[in-house]
Design a protein around this ligand. Sequence first.
Ligand SMILES: NC(=O)c1ccc[n+]([C@@H]2O[C@H](COP(=O)([O-])OP(=O)(O)OC[C@H]3O[C@@H](n4cnc5c(N)ncnc54)[C@H](O)[C@@H]3O)[C@@H](O)[C@H]2O)c1
Ligand SMILES: [Zn+2]
Length: 370
Amino acid sequence: MSAEAVRVELGARSYDVVVGPGLIAEAGARISALLPGRNAAIITDSNVAERHLPALRSSLGAVGIESTEIVVPPGEASKSFERLQAVVEAILESRRERNDVVVALGGGVVGDLAGFAAAIARRGMRFVQVPTTLLAQVESTVGGKPGINARQGKTLVGAFLQPALVLADTLTLDTLPEREFRAGYAEMAKVGLIGDRKFFEWLEEKRGEVFSGGAARIRAIAESVRFKAKTVAADEHETGERALLNLGHTFAHALEAACGFDAKRLVHGEAVAIGMVLAHDFSVAEGLAPMADAVRVRAHLKSAGLPVAIGDIPGAAFSADELLRHIAQDKKVQRGRLTFILTNGIGQAFIAEDVPPEKVKAFLEGQVRR
Ligand SMILES: NC(=O)c1ccc[n+]([C@@H]2O[C@H](COP(=O)([O-])OP(=O)(O)OC[C@H]3O[C@@H](n4cnc5c(N)ncnc54)[C@H](O)[C@@H]3O)[C@@H](O)[C@H]2O)c1
Ligand SMILES: [Zn+2]
């Protein structure tokens, strides 16, 4: 099995996302080839440090890259102003120069925090991502939108910053808890559902292999990254087509908010799985998509061990009103109409800009009682 490089085409800020087994061991050589003579500040969380930091440390050390290590507590709470301050100060104290590299070793939390720190420390340092969750490998390495949470809401503070290089070492996924892997899988299936029916059909066939690792896993990740890269390159600042990547996310964010962002009850990828099923069911109810496709989507996500209905969330007792309130607070409301990503069937998602809230409410009334 060999690594596959996906180029994210963004003019002078283009970069490679390399996907494959054993890339941490090659990180030193790859970073020094791209950015010769730089030292590094590695930012990671304690779960990942325990499993993968020694390998990265020795990989960098082997080519003479000096590294300083900054370990943060795992979890969403680390995407805070306080933690950002601590990380930036640690970078400055380590006397890393403006030319040096910030390396994010971890999931999306570490990537978002470290990327934002890299964007502001010394007015901007180079940034390399070594994503260690499936979600981060397929979702947060393409897009260039690191950031933190504010008291007023999630991901409200951040910057646009493209990494210089992304090394998605697929072997790191072997230590990832199964639940986190499934959550990332939902975002991978999303790619097929948005615009690549063949990919979805391939996942239906190869799901077992993707979960067990090996060539199918590498191909699935590379395919997802390629799709996202293509979409983002066409629309870097998120005005048009890129919105399609939000398939299932309006419902998902409402469910996450209704659960008080309690990861014990619902992690993001699980919410996305339910949200995508709802988007398909709603599209069927609106006469836009064939029922058979919605049934297939639900069956596939369920077979991957993901929740597929509101009632699958532990302690779910939400009202349609409450969910609609969260949906309205989400940024996609314009003049009393809601913007949703709906679909004409698997692989045919589209942006619907004028969905009447009453219709969504009526649909949700039927869903919360299931
Ligand atoms: N910037 C973007 O474009 C973008 C896109 C999608 C998501 N995100 C952000 O990503 C975050 C979610 O990312 P996530 O799901 O990776 O969560 P995460 O970073 O919290 O990782 C999930 C858990 O897995 C642990 N972990 C990570 N890698 C591991 C490994 N290889 N082995 C064992 N344990 C490991 C972590 O310590 C953590 O406990 C959210 O904050 C979200 O906002 C950002
Ligand atoms: Zn998502």
